[in-house]
Write a protein that binds this ligand. Structure first.
Ligand code: UDP
Length: 371
């Protein structure tokens, strides 16, 4: 299938919607692997709002059935070629957004074999199945973990051509999956965009969907839990980094902004065989202590904390240069101030619509309802 119809950044038109510059009649179906997960569910919502039908394909190993609202749901493993093929055929899929995979950096150090099997093996299976069904457009969920620290100074922002030095097997698998996708683009004309997320955070303002990991390891939900739970302190992982306050710098970007970028990548005109890698970040580094302060300010109370050892695989800083996302996708984050991210995260943490992990554990430990 050619996706090379002319045009600039595609928009919905009177006659239909566009994928890769090609106009489609009524509600084209987009396979969203991992669409019951955190960023996947927000992207499914953004797709539906733009008139696409998101076909969520998810194993529910870490996703939530309660997060699927905006299109059909197919229960399946990303390595299951038969189930993937059936989903594509049944729902007349025209393009894919691929989130399904394992994400816990620490676990990847202990189980690299599993991460390569699911993240790289799963991507191989998906690519084969897309090829067999003539699906010519893919958006891939990649990560700033492909960069690691490399030879970069802690205050340098990261452009897409920066050195790739993943600090964990997780980062290795994301980079390997990108290579595989790029090779498939060259081999048969697939066009693809790899979106390298910096720190996804926040929740949809509707309160319908939000973050839910088991176990929860991310800073913002853990800081909220520390403030609103039973006083168990948050551990700051290292205060001896070469950064202004000694704690790690990260680029926090609102999950709803990330979701919008996926729709823009799907709609972007690209030549057959094109592969693009794009950073998604706000372009501003916030330290762990700054994030903790923002949570404390939003709650008007202290976040109990202790300083502990560094966490394995944590680079001192990961801050995007987001210029390419603006140039290629017309995307700039609109909701990614720390205050807005924390406000939306807090709304979700107080009233989650599904969930285990943090909320389950927190509910057992104490209340997430006040102040
Ligand atoms: N962090 C921390 N304590 C925690 C969780 C995270 O100090 O309990 C730090 C972590 O070392 C990193 C930053 O917060 O510098 C963001 O971590 P997170 O796990 O949220 O995202 P990551 O950067 O690993 O994708």
């Amino acid at each position: 299938m050619s996706l090379t119809a002319g045009g600039v950044l595609a928009k919905s038109t009177r006659s239909g919607l566009r994928i890769g510059g090609m106009t489609q009649t009524s509600k084209p179906a987009v396979l969203v692997t991992g669409g019951a997960g955190y960023i996947g569910a927000h992207t499914a919502k953004a797709l539906a709002e733009r008139g696409f039908t998101p076909v969520v394909y998810d194993s529910l190993v870490s996703g939530f059935r309660e997060a699927v609202h905006w299109g059909p749901f197919v229960h399946g493993d990303i390595r299951d070629r038969v189930a993937l093929a059936e989903a594509i055929e049944t729902h007349h899929v025209k393009a894919a957004i691929h989130f399904a995979g394992l994400i816990e950096v620490g676990r990847s150090v202990a189980r690299p074999d599993l991460f390569w099997d699911v993240n790289v093996g799963g991507t191989t299976t998906l690519l084969t199945t897309l090829r067999e069904h003539g699906v010519g457009r893919l958006v891939f969920s990649s990560s700033a973990a492909v960069y690691g620290q490399g030879g970069r100074g802690p205050l340098e922002t990261i452009g897409e051509t920066a050195e790739k030095a993943p600090a964990s097997p997780y980062g290795d698998t994301k980079l390997a999956a990108e290579w595989l996708i790029q090779a498939q683009c060259r081999a048969y004309g697939l066009s693809a965009v790899a979106l390298r997320y910096f720190n996804a955070a926040g929740a949809d303002p509707s309160g319908m969907i939000g973050e839910g990991h088991e176990p929860e390891t991310h800073l913002i939900p853990l800081a909220i839990a520390a403030a609103l739970g039973d006083g168990k302190p948050l551990t700051v992982f290292g205060k001896d980094f070469d950064t202004p306050d000694g704690t790690c710098l990260r680029d926090y970007v609102h999950v709803a902004d990330l979701a919008d970028a996926h729709v823009a990548a799907l709609e972007r005109e690209l030549a057959d065989g094109a592969f693009e890698a794009v950073n998604l970040g706000a372009g501003e580094g916030k330290s762990v202590l700054e994030v903790i302060d923002a949570v404390g300010a939003a709650l008007d109370r202290d976040v109990p904390k202790i300083v502990g050892a560094r966490r394995a695989g944590d680079p001192a800083s990961l801050v995007a240069n987001p210029a390419r996302a603006a140039a290629l996708l017309g995307w700039t984050p609109r909701r990614s101030s720390l205050a807005r991210i924390v406000e939306d995260a807090l709304r979700w943490e107080r009233a989650p619509k599904y969930g285990v992990g943090l909320r389950g554990a927190s509910a057992r430990r104490g209340s997430l309802t006040g102040p």
